[in-house]
Design a protein around this ligand. Structure first.
Ligand code: NAP
Ligand code: G3H
Length: 481
């Protein structure tokens, strides 16, 4: 007799109460590993969403009136509570988004560190004082006090691939600066997000300061983004969704961290062993489902054969399997994403790319594929694969690489591998990206570094200090003495 596993509905948080939707509607979260239902979250109705935003707005003034050190204390406590829940939350990240258990637990620990750093850094925000006499006609007696004040209600929308870290990296800076928060987690990852908020409630979150809205972004997204009581939006996710949000939201600040097509540029004098190692971990960790993954390699012809061999050897060491196993490459988030990656590989092969390593295809589990001789007419040269396939583009010199990168619609990060640091600086100056990594893979951390994308990779800047800045606006008080 088969035993039916009970599927749990995970309630949303409203005014520190855990609630189900009055409609009884839910959204299922499907395991990327085996297609089973991990759990359900409420599909909140329009009324419930509106009520959540209203409550968040009602308590904002009181929250902003608390002392900074109190808010900092709450964040420190949150980090503590989060760490206590590392196993529980790690297990849920693993089930919901198909990361290995150890990677999932690392995400929780990284998040606790990020919250602590935010709690410290947030205490150091300050305004400025300006005297009038620098401008003709004004006197020393005219003085401006420029204060830093919160926006009000911040809407934080997070993606599936870091359901805890990329949510807390928005919520913590919003709270420390006196904003209240409406948190919309990605559906895939929503339970992990709710558990993270449970840690915040355990830490002593005052009522109404954070409210969570659950449901499909395609259904409730426009409602929250255009809600008149939302004063600022901070979003991480796909470029199409980000652009949609930017068009919908009007007259409020919007910070967007979006997709990427990060190149690794490998020059003739590079340490090829190091480059190959960095490129493989940079492109294929979490099966390439990272905005900052290396998504195309541009290598100088002369060293291309050698580099490709070394990359191939590193890829051969990777283990492929379910996220329950101790592996490097796990199933993609869903079948649609896997089908997309396969379509990019097929297109490239049809147009003449060479398959150096052929990845297995087992439903949404794709082994790593290494493609050589990728050319500009192939979709994979330009489109964000967000999966375990690495295209190699051979170039005759660095100017060709710079030109290719200049035509990239994305501009998140780029890596340059070379022993000539001066040369690396010159190339870096010419790349339209948020960050250039020299002799290292593209990646977001350390989390207090500024993190940003240009072109279709985003607007505004994150990273602990800059995220805090983004949560504040100037308010000027002029003394006319
Ligand atoms: P996504 O599909 O754009 O979803 C991101 C978030 O937006 C989810 O919470 C989603 O909710 C929500 N959403 C969907 N439609 C919406 C709408 N109309 N209005 C408001 N919210 C809406 O992205 P994803 O699949 O989670 O993540 C993959 C993409 O994110 C990749 O392109 C990747 O490069 C990018 N990414 C970028 C960064 C970065 O820092 N630059 C970091 C991580 C990921 P539902 O889940 O309910 O649909
Ligand atoms: O997916 C986008 C994340 O911001 C990447 O973070 O470089 O630490 O993996 P990461």
């Amino acid at each position: 007799m088969s035993v039916q596993k009970e599927v749990k509905i995970h309630p949303y948080l409203y005014n520190n109460e855990w609630k189900s939707s009055d409609t009884g509607n839910t959204v299922q979260i499907i395991s990327p590993d085996d297609g089973s239902v991990v759990g359900e979250v409420p599909a909140m109705s329009q009324d419930e969403v509106n009520r959540a935003v209203d409550k968040t707005a009602d308590v904002q003034e009181n929250w902003a009136a608390t002392d900074g050190h109190e808010r900092s204390g709450l964040l420190h406590k949150w980090a503590e509570e989060l760490e206590k829940m590392t196993d529980e939350i790690g297990e849920m990240i693993h089930l919901e988004v198909g990361k290995t258990l150890s990677a999932s637990k690392s995400e929780v620990k990284r998040t606790a560190q990020l919250i602590r750093h935010t709690a410290e850094e947030g205490l150091r925000t300050h305004g400025s004082f300006i005297q009038g006499d620098a401008f003709p006609g004004a006197s020393k007696q005219t003085k401006a006090m420029v204060q830093k004040v919160p926006h009000g209600v911040v809407l934080a929308i997070s993606p599936f691939n870091y359901p805890v870290n990329l949510a807390a990296s928005k919520i913590a800076p919003a709270l420390i600066t006196g904003n209240t928060v409406v948190f919309k987690p990605a559906t895939q990852g929503a339970i992990s997000g709710l558990l993270m908020i449970k840690a915040l409630v355990n830490a002593g979150l005052p009522e109404g300061v954070v409210n969570v809205v659950t449901g499909r972004g395609s259904v409730i997204g426009d409602l929250i983004v255009t809600h008149p009581k939302v004063n600022m939006i901070t979003f991480t996710g796909g470029t199409a969704t980000g652009q949609h949000i930017a068009k919908k939201a009007s007259m409020i600040p919007v910070v967007l961290e979006l997709g990427g097509k990060d190149p690794a540029i490998v020059l003739e004098d590079a340490d090829l062993d190091k480059a190959a190692k960095e490129i493989v971990s940079g492109s294929l960790s979490y099966s390439g489902q990272r905005c900052t993954a290396i998504k195309r390699v541009m290598v100088i012809d002369k060293v291309a054969d050698e580099l490709v061999e070394k990359i191939k050897a590193n890829i051969a060491k990777l283990k492929v399997g379910k996220s329950t196993e101790d592996v490097d490459i796990t199933p993609m988030i869903d079948q649609k994403s896997a089908d997309y990656v396969i379509s990019l590989i097929d297109d490239a092969v049809e147009k003449g790319a060479t398959i150096v390593t052929k990845g297995i295809v087992d439903g949404n589990l794709l082994g790593p594929t290494l493609l050589d001789n990728v050319t500009e007419d192939m979709r994979i040269a330009w489109e964000e694969q967000f999966g375990p396939v690495l295209p190699i583009m051979r170039v005759s010199n660095e100017l060709e690489a710079i030109d290719l990168e200049k035509r990239n619609e994305y501009g998140l990060q780029a890596s340059i591998f070379t022993k000539n640091l001066e040369g690396a600086f010159i190339i870096a100056d010419r790349l339209d990206v948020g960050t250039v990594q020299v002799n290292g893979k593209t990646s977001r951390g350390p989390d207090h570094f500024p993190f940003l994308g240009v072109k279709n990779s985003g607007q505004g800047v994150q990273g602990i200090g800059r995220s805090i800045d983004s949560m504040l606006r100037d308010k000027v008080l002029v003394l006319n003495l």
